[in-house]
Design a protein around this ligand. Structure first.
Ligand code: RP5
Length: 362
């Protein structure tokens, strides 16, 4: 199946689409992608003279996602991309330098769905020692029998953005399918673990004060505030977990301030000053996405969900605010947005949505 997400443990060995109500597909059994190149030419996505070694698979994927079918929620391609969404993007489980590498049992894409019979499925069980020590952000080792699944549970939001999830033997089941691991891995909560992702953007400016344009697409270049995660070393949106009972609007601003402005090392007075400076920007955000995210920590029983908001600065606010990495962030920078970005988890998909929203270069 064609997989919409980067780095998943399957490759693009089949694409299906509808043409005049007839289902067509191409298969690429040999691991080459000549057939994919052929299909992309048929769909008018690449020039006729392009050969398979001119493009990487990831570049091809980008081309396919540019097809108009992906902009139509009801199209067959869109449906396929949703159906084949991988519940995790990591073959190995090693989030954080202190975690030992754990190999997930292999789940090919056609076996991800719980609806598919997979008698040989033998997921390994793994819950990090950090989680087993039961820090305040983690649930009990075994879920309490009176846990209010799919509901607000004493301040902990156990509802999923993706609808009601199933409970089997008193343990929640990942709504997107098998991941090759049971237990919670590094995640604190059984079931959904809620996060919020603040995507702070501005236009890239030339020295003469005009907006910088990409030479090829001639579109204006957007920049976003990115942090480099201390755990995986990957660049990411400065998002973070929602505290129990915390409003998403508060989490978005708090996480941005902690990771991109190092607010944890500020005095109360300084923090208040920054909060005031950012208040206008953060009260005019636009929701980009809410739902399940393809995070390397996901397991069959615990998974990440997020709400992502875009906060676009057109006022030059950041001329007087210097970025300063803090908390889980090793570095922070304004990064140019383009399809060449390599980011943590599903963050590239979120950033692409923001680029489209602003009709910016991608
Ligand atoms: C991702 O994990 C979310 O998109 C969010 O950015 C992040 C939250 O986890 P931590 O950064 O707190 O580890 O799936």
């Amino acid at each position: 199946m064609f997989n919409k997400f980067l780095g998943t443990n399957c490759i693009y060995d089949e694409i299906k689409w509808l043409e005049d109500d007839e289902e067509k597909f191409c298969r690429d059994k040999n691991g080459t992608y000549k057939e994919l190149i052929y299909i992309c030419k048929e769909l008018g996505l690449i020039d006729d003279n392009i050969k398979s070694n001119d493009l990487t698979l990831d570049q091809l994927r980008e081309k396919l996602l540019d097809h108009q079918a992906f902009n139509n929620e009801n199209s067959h391609l869109q449906k396929l991309a949703k159906e084949t969404r991988s519940p995790t993007n990591a073959a190995f489980y090693q989030v954080g330098k202190n975690e030992k590498p754990i190999t997930r049992s292999i789940v090919n894409d056609d076996k991800v769905s719980w609806d598919i019979n997979f008698p040989d499925y033998k997921p390994i069980e793994y819950t990090s020692p950090i989680v087993l020590q039961q820090p305040e952000w983690a649930d009990a080792i075994n879920p309490k029998p009176d846990t209010k699944w799919n509901d607000l549970d004493n301040g902990v939001d156990r509802r999923s953005h993706n609808g009601k999830y199933k409970i089997r033997e008193n343990v929640p089941i990942n709504p997107c399918g098998r991941t090759g691991i049971i237990g919670r891995g590094l995640l604190g909560k059984w079931g959904p673990n809620h996060a919020a992702d603040p995507i702070v953007t501005r236009w890239k400016m030339n020295a003469d004060g005009t907006v910088s344009q990409d030479k090829n697409t001639l579109k204006p270049i957007l920049q976003f505030v990115a942090i480099q995660r201390k755990d995986t070393g990957e660049w990411a949106i400065p998002g973070g977990m929602c505290d129990p009972g915390e409003k998403v609007s508060i989490t978005l601003k708090r996480e941005f301030m902690e990771e991109a402005l190092n607010s944890l090392s500020m005095s109360d007075e300084q923090r208040k000053q920054f909060q005031d400076k950012l208040s206008n920007l953060f009260s005019n955000g636009l929701e980009i996405y809410h739902g399940y995210v393809d995070d390397p920590r996901n397991t069959d029983n615990a998974w990440m969900e997020t709400i992502a908001f875009n906060f676009h600065d057109d006022s030059g606010l950041f001329k007087s605010i210097e970025l300063n990495a803090g908390d889980d962030a090793g570095h922070v920078e304004w990064i140019d947005i383009s399809s060449n970005l390599k980011l943590y988890a599903s963050h590239k998909d979120l950033i692409k949505k923001v680029a489209q929203l602003h009709n910016a270069h991608w």
